[in-house]
Design a binder for this molecule. Structure first.
Ligand code: F6P
Length: 325
């Protein structure tokens, strides 16, 4: 097979996501299939700066498809944000003869890849973040697993909240994005869902929904809050002050980032990792692999960074109907 690249690096960067290992595995196996050498870069862009590398072959990617986390570790690199850091990273690529990089991560990862491309390195991004907030793709690796982890936890909470006829306030991840909160809120039949993209009118969006639920006969309530929409602790206190309830607050935190990836995440990661190698092998650069209507396409990396991804309007409409009572 003709390949436009001879030796590519693969790295994971930013918040880890279940399925990253499946993506790494797919990149390595696609390289082996095409006769391209593959080098693992540990600890994200810091690894590129420091030359923290290892040769990748079938032996170090066996039995990782079902493991959460990333065997290449990940990090957020302050040094790589500097021109000097980017120079050093490009120097490592030149030293070891890397003519392509597959960068697996979120928008910050793609910004780093774009910076690297200015030094003549071909780069392709693979979208992996539990936030699902990359505008150019319908889906990012890790979102399905994180959603199922949160739904399982909230189903367990509902058992005890129902028994004690309590109000539960649950904070899910999503520093700046409410995609996870919206999806999980629909899946658990939340009384109310708070997302950073939707301005919160506390009385209308929380108090009134609890009151209507009580009037419809419910005696327990489930409030889902994206961490970027406010503090679950404060929301619990406000509910207590206003309604006299005594809410129990649960912050799911980083358990949403772990666990064995779901079948969907494994397959999406495999398809995206494979597509990334195909794009580099064909000689294209500065691309991001995107899932679009069930197909894998690649778009210019700028498009991947162009704007914030809005919430799904149909999901929002359904949520309004389900919680409008
Ligand atoms: O970007 C994914 C994410 O999980 C966000 O939802 C969350 O706010 C952030 O990472 C947490 O970052 P860290 O792992 O550095 O605390």
């Amino acid at each position: 097979m003709e390949n436009a690249v001879k030796r590519i690096g693969v790295l994971t960067s930013g918040g880890d996501a279940p399925g990253m290992n499946a993506a790494i595995r797919a990149v390595v196996r696609a390289c082996l299939y095409r006769g391209i050498e593959c080098v693992g870069i540990r600890r994200g862009y810091n690894g590129l700066i420091n030359g923290d590398i290892l040769r990748m072959d079938a032996s170090n990617i066996s039995h990782i498809i079902n493991r959460g986390g990333t065997i290449l570790y990940t990090a957020r690199s302050e040094e790589f944000r500097t021109p000097a850091g980017q120079e050093r990273a490009a120097g490592t690529c030149k030293l070891i003869g890397l003519d392509g990089i597959v960068a697996i991560g979120g928008d910050g990862t793609f910004r780093g890849a774009e910076a690297l491309s200015k030094h003549g390195i071909s780069v392709v991004g693979v979208p992996a973040t539990i936030d699902n907030d990359i505008v150019c793709t319908d889906y990012t690796i890790g979102f399905d697993t994180a959603s199922n982890t949160a739904v399982d936890a909230i189903d367990r909470l509902r058992d005890t909240m129902q028994s004690h006829e309590r109000c539960s306030v649950v904070e899910v991840m999503g520093r700046n994005a409410g995609h996870l909160a919206l999806y999980v809120g629909l899946a658990v039949g939340a009384t109310a869902v708070l997302m950073p993209e939707v301005p919160v009118h506390f009385d209308q969006d929380v108090i009134e929904k609890i009151r209507r639920a009580r009037l419809s006969g419910k005696t327990h309530y489930m409030i889902v809050v994206a961490e970027g929409a406010g503090s679950a602790m404060k929301i619990g206190e406000q509910i207590k002050e206003t309604l006299g309830l005594d809410p129990r607050v649960t912050i799911l935190g980083h358990i949403q980032r772990g666990g064995t990836p779901s079948a969907r995440d494994r397959v999406m990661a495999t398809r995206m990792g494979y597509s990334a190698v195909e794009v580099l092998a064909s000689g294209r650069t500065n691309r991001v692999i995107c899932a679009k209507h069930g197909q894998m396409v690649d778009v210019d990396i700028e498009e991947g960074l162009s704007q914030k991804k809005g919430l799904n309007p149909q999901q929002l409409a359904a949520l309004q109907a389900m919680t409008g009572l």
